[in-house]
Design a protein around this ligand. Structure first.
Ligand code: NAD
Ligand code: UDP
Length: 388
């Protein structure tokens, strides 16, 4: 329930503010809009080209928060209304991006334009108008770990100094230029550097967020149901789609890459702390992830198979996974991050934030949602005769 008497981490009353949220109609944006409308008195100017994932907040216009969220259908690539909205707001949160790995090597130009060029005016308008900016970057700016270059049997691979990712110390290690996978990470790195430089030279008040595999309901789309049949979303939606269709889950190059997964609802708590505590968040880059939820992609596939059988009541396939090469799955120019464990020192110290939800629990609530939302639609799609 929204309350005017919320306190910040230093015990001061939080003043309601107006937030221009760009990319508000996406996965993270939809959860942040929900949180801000339900639990705060902040006002949201929600900017996106789509609003399907926040329609429940916009309609009917009789919710208690209706006058605190406004949707603006704007493509930030070319719309002069953007500067006006940023000027009207106290804070801009920029989430807009192309951020699905299947696009990085197949649409590298769109990826670079979206993650760097299109973000430039947002940074410029914030800087020129003395407005605070929270910009969403990615854990992928770290690229590969130092440890990945050691021999496979080197004991140093077990030493955190060779894999733990620290905002203020770790290098950014990308593959060669023909590995176009890194177009995204490189564009995100350059926009981070630009924002940092605006802070250093022109006093821009900024916070940079590096999400580490945030997952949960409404992430991406299910191909052929609420997205293109040939589309390749991120791993949670790919595996959900396989489970819903009773197909084996595809393990790219054996599924040996490691990730840490954090529940979207835990991660949104961290973003709200940043919004409400500018004095503690400004000038910082924050890893936001759950170091305790590490799994190889193969382990993730196995756990999702087990959880899905539990929540759907349907038996698992006898052979639940199948190996595919990255070239076959993503095409030329794919490459991968080997391991991603966030160091949590800075976010702990500045905001006292810690994730709570275990991998099993977050998969249970997410797959319950996927089953409830899509199982019937998939059955109908499978039953439909294919047009000749
Ligand atoms: P998403 O694709 O669900 O959301 C992005 C939103 O931005 C979409 O709704 C899209 O329509 C909108 N958008 C893109 N270009 C736009 C434009 N030109 N004009 C207006 N709107 C535009 O992705 P997400 O998972 O919510 O990610 C949000 C941000 O967080 C991105 O910057 C992404 O790089 C970053 N990130 C997310 C994760 C994660 O775990 N989800 C990991 C690393 C980084
Ligand atoms: N992956 C996989 N099968 C799939 C989809 C993804 O094995 O159907 C792998 C992918 O190669 C990567 C990991 O899962 O190693 C995570 O992929 P995701 O798309 O979620 O994004 P990333 O974490 O690489 O940014």
């Amino acid at each position: 329930m929204a309350s005017a008497a919320r306190l910040d981490l230093d015990g001061n009353a939080i003043k309601p503010m107006t937030i221009c949220m760009i990319g508000a109609g996406g996965f993270i944006g939809s959860h942040l809009c929900e949180k801000l409308t339900a639990e705060t008195m902040h006002k949201v100017l929600a900017v996106d080209v789509y609003n399907d994932k926040i329609r429940h907040l916009l309609e009917p216009a009789t919710h208690s928060w209706s006058d605190r969220i406004q949707f603006h259908r704007i493509n930030i690539k070319h719309d002069s209304r953007l500067e006006g909205l940023i000027k009207m707001a106290d804070l801009t949160v920029n989430l807009a991006a192309i951020c699905t790995p299947a696009d990085y090597n197949t649409r590298p130009l769109d990826t670079i334009y979206s993650n760097f060029i299109d973000a430039l005016p947002v940074v410029k308008y914030c800087s020129e108008n003395n407005k605070r900016l929270i910009h969403f970057s990615t854990c992928e700016v770290y690229g590969k770990t130092i440890g990945s270059f050691l021999p496979k049997d080197s004991p140093l691979r077990q030493d955190p100094a060779y894999y733990l990712l620290k905002e203020d110390a770790s290098p950014c290690i990308f593959g060669s230029i023909e590995k176009q996978r890194w177009s995204y990470a490189c564009a995100k790195q350059l926009i981070e550097r630009l924002i940092y430089a605006e802070g250093a030279e022109n006093g821009l008040e900024f916070t940079i967020v590096r999400p580490f595999n945030w997952i949960g309901p409404r992430m991406d789309f299910i191909p052929g149901i609420d997205g293109p049949s040939e589309g390749v979303p991120r791993v949670l939606a790919c595996f959900s789609n396989n489970l819903l269709r009773h197909e084996p889950l595809k393990l790219v190059d054996g599924g040996q890459s490691q990730r840490t997964f954090v529940y979207i609802k835990d991660a949104i708590e961290a973003v709200l702390l940043m919004i409400d505590n500018p004095g503690r968040a400004n000038g910082h880059i924050f890893n936001v992830g759950n170091p305790n939820n590490e799994a190889t992609v193969k382990q993730l596939a196995e756990m999702m198979t087990e959880v899905y059988a539990k929540v759907s009541g349907e038996p698992s396939l006898e052979v639940p996974t199948v190996d595919v090469s990255s070239k076959e799955f993503y095409g030329e120019g794919y490459d991968d991050s080997d391991k991603r464990i966030p160091d949590m020192t800075i976010i702990n110290k500045q905001l006292g934030w810690n994730p709570k939800t275990s991998l099993w629990d977050l998969l249970e609530s997410t797959l319950t949602y996927q089953h409830r939302t899509y199982a019937e639609a998939i059955k109908e799609a499978i039953a439909k005769p294919v047009a000749s």
